[in-house]
Design a protein around this ligand. Sequence first.
Ligand code: IPM
Ligand code: MN
Length: 384
Amino acid sequence: MDLRIAVLGGDGIGPEVTAESVKVLDAIGRRYGHEFTYITGPVGGTAIDMTGSALPADTMNIVLGSDAVLFGAVGGPKWDNPEIPIRPEDGILKLRKNLGLFANLRPCKIYPQLIDSSPLKPERIQDVDFIIVRELTGGLYFGKPKRKWENSRGRRAVDTLAYTEKEIERVVRVAFELARRRRKVLHSVDKMNVMETSRLWREVTSELSVEFHDVELHHMLADNAAIQIVTNPSVFDVIVTENMFGDILSDESAVIGGSMGMLPSASLASAPPTDGKKRRRGGKPALYEPIHGSAPDIAGRGIANPMASILSAAMMLRWSFGLQEEADAIEASIDSAISDGYRTVDISSGGGNVMGTSQIGDMIAGRIRTVSYTHLTLPTSDLV
Ligand code: IPM
Ligand code: MN
């Protein structure tokens, strides 16, 4: 296949980890005979400094001309002043909105080899394997009015949480479809004891469950979900929730496995294909990014864990391009590097052979040539 990938590294460790994904994709290209063309452009704070915009028109054009987007991270202390009118985060938020990426899939699976890096007790987490489906283009992130102002009584600010039934239905449908192909258990997370949007969410979800009677649906309040994720996480299979709850609960989920550096994500404009075919038939590209941020404290030190980005590249191969074996090969290479004791510092828990970003990237890319894999290797393999 000839594929064009928009590579938007962004800020902080974003470009460092994304560069390792490119290495690994090149290794995939060599083994399986694909031609990947990478087109890069600025986004986030870096783009603000260069052009005054967090998502310059040139970058958006690169994105629209590509088959998929591999995204790094945005933000950093340099742009943290709440007074500035343009924020690095606008870059990713506009991309999500412009591309219609309403479903953000964040798989959370424990690597048994890394169980000691987790702050949670091993017996609580050993069977953890769930996926959060986070609504990504609505809710508090985008609702209008959204502003801060001042009058004679002082300063005020407002954000708006609004959902239409259509917005709820399409993302919950993605979650039901995923659950149907997994263990057939769906937890829908809301705050219906307080919010109207949550009551609508619950209503629409319950109505849709009639179509998916083979999937066991549970409604759960968001505060309770926050407790269950760290006390009883193995009960979850698929979790679906609105944008802000999904943001918070997915970061919380990342600590189950011990590091934010291990969790990938896919942002899609429709359900993942079931036919294993390339998905983008003339539509807009999907976007793949690690769930971690720009980690300014470690940026430029060459110690960031690139695995979340590399696993995001695997999701891209699987879901945008229908390249199952290639995705399996990436996941198996990571698995084998970890099994052989190679670690970045965030997952070292004092042991293992600790490597830098580029070294571990080389190590994973080097394994692609010979690694063998089965369809059971890792988190998302049986979804499609
Ligand atoms: C994430 C990030 C983003 C979000 C930020 C960078 C806008 O935290 O992808 O989870 O809040 O969605
Ligand atoms: Mn987040």
